[in-house]
Design a binder for this molecule. Structure first.
Ligand code: F6R
Length: 643
């Protein structure tokens, strides 16, 4: 989704801004732009381009792009943006940065201004001419109008604050003003924004994600909702929404390496699929050390300090003890991970688990009590619906946990506790390793809850040593699976031309079928649905004929036989039935399956960790065979920061 960068300092400006935007590129975008202060003409300059960032780089003045840090004794100042269209198509006019009518103010914006239609009408009535279809343009004209209505020499930060009071919605803004040539201004409201700080407090970066600035500094200030910041060679000034000066809480980034590198793989998605054995090892490390040792799960919440009046971090055992209900919320792949966890936790821990898509949950009035534990699952920790849903849960008095790959994210900063899934940066828009890491973290949470429960459940506890043993075996089993790519090449070639797929499973693998369908549709644009085998007869079977591949997940265990019957029903309608199984197919089924993909035998409760991988590989190779943009599928964004 949209990305913001900004810089104030003595480094070569345009190469730095382009490089920072490149770090955000993976999030999905359709146009890009930069503005900078040109000290020779005393003017703000802007260049924009549609399509890939390289188009922008090619359109920038070559002499400025060739500058090096050594050539710059003076302060440089600029902002940049990649846009994922919400209001208006991806055109040059709609691309950011946007200028005020008098050309003296320029800004970039992430988020959505909900009252933009009213603001626009009002501003048009005052003579402002809109050049774009964006909601953003209303902010920049409103800044100019506020300036006109305010006493001369009012500091620009106050103009920004007064303008902000008139905005409704979610936004992160970074602004330059011609009258303040060595100053960058920024503010946020329900959209992330972080400031990077140079060694001597006289050089600053602004970004919507720390990934964009981590190459330059590890000293950062995460802005909180409502805060405004003014950056200049004299230092950083932080204000609250009322204009009161605040003392900034500067943090040293402690997250793992945030490097973005394909490491020789053709696509990030393939690299991330192959990273999964290590992702599982990482997720287990220090948490599951021996089969007879309890799970050690700590609150991975980011830095808190008494100086800022933070409450002491809550420990996870305090949060899960005496919980009588678990509610899991998430979107897309994270939601599917929650559905798998429902089977795992209810069966093992005997606690009731509800799972709901966060975008629906936030508009209901769910029943929550102080004994409800609400777990928000989010790779990015920034998904707008999940963030809002967990906020509401917290306000209603429930206990809250964020299970995320980004312990530095907005979500992680607002909940009682954080479980870091430790997947490392996931660059491909299509989630793969984060799904598997979420599953492991949820399994650990389930086992941890069982071990903390009073009164204890001896029969359930007796299951744990073999389950833990099986979990520790998963990385090696994954490695064995990943050594075979020929199968997927062949299957991709055979099935890529089919226009529609069904993924069918039962039990704990039913959500994996949904996840498999999601993977296929998002990167190959082939229509696919995940169904429970039990539901097949209640409608979807009408779709089946020789033109419909039906990929069936046959994990050994409680529903294996039921699934075999479903497969026969599908084959009887001449569907192209493919089996994905970790159990020998019984005699008599030779004609049922067109193709059989096998994976290692494992505990049924853990089978989603393995069964997900062939579905990821199949989707990857089909999309690759079809020549699709695997890592940046059309219309999708990595971090969905708007509703
Ligand atoms: C699918 C995918 C999306 C995300 C969803 C939630 O491959 O990536 O469905 O899972 O947008 O994102 P997070 O987990 O960041 O909240």
């Amino acid at each position: 989704m949209c990305g913001i960068v900004g810089y104030l300092g003595k480094k070569a400006l345009l190469p730095l801004l382009v490089q920072s935007l490149r770090q955000l590129e993976y999030r999905g975008y359709d146009s890009a732009g930069l503005s900078w202060f040109d000290s020779q003409s005393n003017q703000l300059k802007t260049v924009k381009a549609t399509g890939k960032l390289q188009n922008l780089a090619n359109a920038l003045p070559p002499e400025l792009m060739q500058e090096t840090d050594a050539t710059h004794p003076a302060y440089q100042l600029g902002i940049g943006h990649i846009r994922w269209a919400t209001h208006g198509t991806p055109t040059l006019d709609n691309a950011h940065p946007h200028h005020s009518q008098n050309g003296e103010i320029v800004l970039v914006h992430n988020g959505i201004i909900e009252n933009f239609a009213t603001l626009k009408q009002d501003l048009q009535g005052k003579g402002y001419v809109f050049r774009s279809e964006t909601d953003t343009e209303s902010i920049v004209h409103l800044l100019e109008e506020t300036m006109k209505q305010t006493a001369e020499n009012t500091p620009f930060i106050d103009i920004l604050r007064q303008t902000k009071q008139q905005l409704t919605g979610a936004y992160a803004l970074t602004v330059m003003h011609q009258g303040s040539p060595e100053r960058l201004f920024a503010t946020r409201q329900q959209a992330p924004l972080v400031v990077g700080i140079g060694l001597n407090n006289d050089e600053f970066w602004v970004a919507s994600d720390v990934v964009a600035l981590v190459a330059y500094t590890n000293k950062v200030l995460y802005l909180e909702d409502g805060q405004l910041v003014e950056l200049s060679p004299e230092g950083l000034k932080l204000f609250d929404a009322d204009g009161q000066a605040l003392s900034p809480r500067v943090e040293t980034i402690v997250t793992g390496p945030l490097t973005i590198d394909k490491k020789g793989y053709k696509h990030f998605m393939l690299k991330e699929i192959y990273e999964q054995p290590d992702v599982v090892r990482n997720a287990l490390s220090g948490r599951l050390s021996a089969v007879d040792a309890p799970i050690a799960l700590e609150n991975d919440a980011p830095y808190r300090s008494k100086q800022h009046g933070d409450s002491l971090p809550k420990t996870l055992d305090a949060l899960v003890a005496d919980v009588d209900r678990l509610v899991i919320i998430g979107c897309g792949t994270s939601y599917n991970a929650g559905l798998v966890a429902k089977y795992f936790i209810e069966q093992l821990v005997r606690v009731s688990v509800e799972v709901e898509a966060a975008g629906e949950y936030r508009y209901r009035q769910p029943v929550l009590t102080p004994k409800t534990l609400v777990v928000a699952i989010s790779q990015s920790g920034e998904t707008a619906d999940t963030l809002e849903a967990i906020r509401q849960a917290k306000t209603s008095g429930a206990r809250t946990i964020a299970l995320t790959n980004r312990p530095d994210s907005s979500m992680a900063r607002e909940v009682d506790a954080v479980i870091d899934v430790r997947a490392g940066v996931e660059v491909s828009v299509c989630a793969t390793k984060s799904f598997v890491a979420q599953l492991v973290a949820l399994q650990l949470l389930g086992i941890f809850m069982l071990e903390q429960r009073t009164p204890a459940l001896p029969a359930q506890l007796a299951l744990l040593p073999s389950l833990k043993q099986a979990l520790l075996r998963i990385p090696v089993q994954m490695e064995a699976m990943l050594s075979d790519v020929d199968t997927y090449h062949k299957l991709a070639k055979k099935y890529a031309a089919y226009p529609s797929f069904l993924f069918v499973a039962r039990g704990i693998n039913f959500p994996v079928a949904m996840e498999g369908a999601l993977k296929l549709k998002e990167i190959s644009y082939i229509h696919a649905e995940g169904y429970s085998g039990a539901e097949l007869k209640h409608g979807p079977i009408a779709l089946l004929d020789e033109k419909m591949p039906v990929l069936t997940l046959l994990a050994g265990g409680s529903v294996f036989d039921k699934m075999l019957s479903n497969c026969q029903e599908a084959r009887a309608r001449e569907a192209q039935v493919i089996a994905l199984t970790n159990e020998p197919i019984p005699d008599g089924y030779a004609d049922t399956f067109m193709d059989v993909i096998t994976y290692p035998a494992c505990d049924e409760l853990l089978s989603p960790l393995l069964s997900a991988i062939p579905l990821q590989l199949l989707s990857y190779y089909i999309a690759e065979h079809l020549g699709k943009d695997v890592d940046q599928p059309r219309n999708l964004a990595k971090s969905v920061t708007v509703e």
